[in-house]
Design a binder for this molecule. Sequence first.
Ligand code: NVA
Length: 312
Amino acid sequence: MSLSTTKLANFLADDQLTKAQILSLIDLAKKIKANPTDYNQALAGKSVAMIFEKPSLRTHVSFDMGISKLGGHALYLGQQNGKLGERERISDYANNLSCYADAIVARVFSNDSIEGLAKHASVPVINALCDLYHPCQALADFVTLSELFDDISTVKFAYVGDGNNVSNSLMIMAAIVGVDFTLVCPQGHGPEQTMLDKATAFAQASGSKLVFTTDIEEIGEQDVIYTDTWVSMGDEDPSKKAAILEKFAAYQVNHGLMAKTGASKVMHCQPAHLGEEITTELFDDKDKSVVFQEAENRMWAQNAVLVTLLAG
Ligand code: NVA
């Protein structure tokens, strides 16, 4: 379903959001963060079903506690029913949950499951991570950027590492809102061409600069560097670990890369594999690392999504 109109029906993928919708969600997240008591009844009497096919710390806790802060009720559905679509069809999942819940949050292996839930549910669906996108993370990260910089349109933002769900969401959101974005991934680990094509079209429309390179020497000057784990959940293969470590070694985010690019801040969605994609020293650097500000903003950003979808 297209979200190009001003009214949000679901929160599925960054490429379904307009610049106005993203800026309005960032603004609302900051308002809720500044005055949480103003919103403590926003979800009164409402229940949210949360499906998790994959592990989670921040997403599970930030949705649960965030919904509680809005006066609503969250129900966690873990692996007890198996993978979506196996014990019951996805359409049956969506139709059953729609009988009880006012919204569905889902972390799934495949974007097809998110699309299936949204197609069949009569209540809003929120993507809490799939193979292609992590829009809640990207929204929270743009809230963080807007707290760190007066004008995010002037920020030079780079992602270094594996082209994955997080980099897709960040790249597309940056292109929509007009932030210059540089993506640096090892050969063979970049985004799918369809993602690059989408982001390129958005960047042309917003006037932002989008660079994709496999050469870390081409990273240029940056304000912020972002990284994520070199292997995502579900893709772990112990037999390939040594080859991945060798291939990605030159793409580690460390104090040397920060100095070389002039970047003042480093971001990471977590969980981090310390000593791999980021050094422990940089992750723990209180001046440069904003990883816990990002983690906190997950809750405020998601609350902005929930308020927008459920409270008018
Ligand atoms: N790319 C990572 C993000 C974790 C929040 C994964 O999918 O495992």
